[in-house]
Design a protein around this ligand. Sequence first.
Ligand code: RP5
Length: 163
Amino acid sequence: MAAKVALIMGSKSDWDTMRPATEIMTELGVEHHVEVVSAHRTPDKLMEFAENAVARGYSVIIAGAGGAAHLPGMVAAKTRLPVLGVPVQSRALNGMDSLLSIVQMPKGIAVGTLAIGTAGAFNAGLLACQILAVQDPALAERLESFREAQTSTVLDNPDPRED
Ligand code: RP5
């Protein structure tokens, strides 16, 4: 089956942060492509990737980057596909730089921004699945089961002193 989601990141050093996005997509049976695309180190590759994303059959792009994180915004500027941006936690500024770089898109080009770090990456994967589920009833059912199981985990063990 062709990948419906492209997960890109600015550097191999982002992989540990971005991995949770792949874990939830795998759990929910959503094919995804993973690749390093750097806005500042490989700008031509970034343009080629974004320009051909529709033709390659992707429906959603997840883009993670840290520091002066241009990747999600630049990709969004070159494709009409929804782009979900994940701010990677930077060492110097704890990811506030990444967050503000991604979230403060000027009017006219949209990037959906998730939380800093692994929670944001997981939720980007989850949100990509939710977007695809709008037109995929089988995936929608798997999502419902995931949410029910998550709810049960909390309801079945409400005592905070127990594991
Ligand atoms: C960004 O710069 C990447 O997204 C990464 O978060 C950060 C540091 O990259 P490396 O210097 O570790 O390759 O482009």
